[in-house]
Design a protein around this ligand. Structure first.
Ligand code: ATP
Ligand code: MG
Length: 566
């Protein structure tokens, strides 16, 4: 079966392994997965992929009648970069994505005592020792891809001496960097991870959960397998870079002869075009002021995507659709954008918004305000109707007028005709310019007999239909037009340059736009389709006196015409 086909059927190498284990009775009837973020930053769409995968597996197996659970566990073993702010934000994001952990919220730091005891056990088994090599020396002793490493001169200390020194490390009697606890495995192993990896280091740092209790903290590879084991995780799903580390993961549990033996399974991490998925790079953008915060709608963070107006449904669908593979690849951004458009199309009411306005004066209009009834959604009556006021002065899109238009341009041009959607046909009689020779406004006439789609006999054929907003009745908004963050698909692939050299200077363009009055009271977070323009959401920066909208996405993919003007 091809990988693609497997994904479509929701059968893949992960579900195959789980099915095998269920069949052999390895974990009883249980399937327990987890998402183990380190609380050192905000989550991005790569993490979302992992959350949806792990939560989705538990949900799917539960639906099939297995005893299945999903754990959210903070992998908070390194107090240097971890903060409560991130813990709170991660919880909020996981919840927003719809991954309900129920009772199963854990902290790796809750297991520090057990981890310490297991380390003492390793020492007693002669499988761990206190080493006094410093960082540089350790690197020197580690060897290379072609050369085996050398044994540390501290490797053969007695069990008693190791236990006593470990205790001193724990009690804060040894300075940072002076000693480590290392697993005793094989300095000649072809896998670096097996060349006596460090499992504990001294860090005299306060921890957000355990406070000042510990002067030593376990290393990730040692801690992670124990966390999984303690929680009874059956399948520990992680990204490909941990493939080699699986050897050590299994070594720890095997050496300690634990009764629970989670199966680590690796899949390729999500990479997405025109963005960067890495906390380190995202942090740099936020800290250097290249983004306005972690929730900048241009960022691929969950907070950014959410503020941009993307729904969790889109992210879940995306995660599901791209499936899991063992090959590293970069997903085309069009895949994501297409899913977002498909998600928003059926659920957003449609209204008129003129993004880049050009004023039109209808010279023969003398009837004040005419309220025109129009549906909120052309394919779904349940959205109801709204009244769109038509007046003497209206706005149309700047791009819907061309002074020197090619033959195929069917919108407004001098002496040309166009239809205002739901209303009348207009003819452009006069182009008014400012001192700089720029088009300032158009003077047009309207044809009463063409109302609401009527095509009178003998009337010139009108092909173009455009959106419009009454100038006097419409509402001016601040419109934040977001676009791709970078101008190239892989901003990190050029080793000569910094990824920030590829930022798209037009990733945010702010326009004074106009929307029809029907949505003037829209609450923050309400989404609309502005007909012909795209999907928009009311941003949290909106105030009583000024509404702010974010463009979630244009209606069509016009990127391939070149990075857009707006
Ligand atoms: P980053 O590389 O962005 O700093 P991380 O891997 O250090 O992220 P963690 O908090 O350690 O962040 O990750 C939690 C989980 O999310 C891990 O299981 C990790 O494998 C997974 N994960 C992180 N990035 C991606 C990605 N791009 N695609 C899929 N899963 C990911
Ligand atoms: Mg990482």
């Amino acid at each position: 079966m091809s990988e693609e086909l497997e994904n479509n059927e929701k059968v893949n190498f992960i579900t195959k392994k789980i099915d095998e284990d269920l069949k052999s009775g390895k974990n009883g009837n249980k399937v327990v997965t987890r998402f183990p973020p380190e609380p050192n930053g905000y989550l991005h769409i790569g993490h979302a992929k992992s959350i949806c995968l792990n939560y989705g597996l538990a949900a799917d197996y539960a639906a099939k009648g297995q005893e299945a659970k999903f754990h959210l566990r903070f992998d908070d073993t390194n107090p240097v970069k971890e903060e409560q702010e991130f813990i709170d934000a991660i919880k909020e994001d996981v919840k927003w994505l719809g991954a309900d952990w129920g009772e199963n919220l854990f902290h790796a730091s809750h297991y520090f005592d057990q981890m310490y005891d297991y380390a003492c056990q390793l020492i007693k088994l002669g499988k761990a020792y206190i080493c006094e090599l410093n960082g540089d020396q350790m690197r020197e002793f580690r060897g290379s891809l072609t050369e085996p490493g050398k044994n540390s001169p501290y490797r053969d200390r007695s069990v008693e001496e190791n236990l006593a020194l470990f205790e001193k490390m724990k009690n804060g009697e040894i300075d940072e960097g002076k000693m480590t606890l290392r697993a005793k495995i094989d300095m000649a192993s072809p896998f670096f991870i097996m060349r006596d990896p460090v499992i504990y280091r001294i860090l005299k740092k306060s921890h957000p959960v355990t406070g000042d209790k510990w002067n030593i903290y376990p290393m990730y590879d040692y801690a992670h397998c124990l966390e999984d084991m303690i929680e009874g995780i059956t399948h520990s799903i992680c990204t490909l870079e941990f493939q080699d580390n699986r050897r050590f993961y299994e070594w720890v549990l095997e050496t300690l002869q634990t009764s629970c033996r989670p199966q680590q399974i690796e899949f390729s991490q999500l990479n997405l075009e025109y963005t960067v998925l890495s906390k380190r790079f995202l942090r740099k953008m936020v800290e250097d002021g290249l983004a306005v915060g972690w929730d900048d709608p241009r960022l691929p963070t969950i907070k950014g995507l959410r503020r941009r107006g993307i729904r969790p449904e889109s992210i879940r669908k995306f995660a599901d659709q791209i499936g899991v593979t063992k090959k590293d690849s970069t997903i085309a951004i069009e895949t994501f954008e297409g899913i977002v458009r498909d998600d928003l199309g059926p659920i957003c009411p449609r209204v008129f918004g003129v993004v880049e306005p050009l004023k039109v004066v209808i010279t023969n209009w003398d009837q004040g305000i005419q309220e025109i009834e129009a549906p909120f959604h052309p394919h779904d009556e349940s959205f109801g109707k709204r009244m769109v006021p038509m007046t003497k002065e209206i706005y149309i899109e700047k791009s819907d007028f061309m002074e020197e238009a090619p033959k195929k341009f069917f919108r407004l041009k001098p002496e040309g005709y166009v239809r205002l959607k739901y209303a009348y046909v207009l003819k452009c009689d006069e182009v008014i310019k400012n001192d700089k020779g720029e088009v300032k406004e158009l003077h047009c006439t309207y044809f009463p007999e063409t109302f609401a789609g009527v095509k009178p006999e003998g009337f010139p054929k009108v092909k173009g239909i455009i959106n419009w907003v009454s100038a006097s009745e419409g509402l001016e908004i601040e419109n934040r037009l977001y676009d791709r963050l970078f101008i190239v698909p892989n901003p990190r692939s050029d080793k000569e340059k910094d990824f920030t050299d590829f930022l798209n200077p037009k990733s945010l363009v702010v326009e004074k736009s106009f929307v029809e009055p029907a949505i003037k009271d829209a609450a923050i977070g309400t989404r609309y389709q502005f007909e012909r323009q795209g999907y928009f959401i009311v941003d949290q920066d909106s105030t009583e006196s000024k509404k702010v909208f974010n463009r979630i996405m244009t209606l069509k993919d016009n990127w391939n015409l070149g990075p857009k003007k707006a």
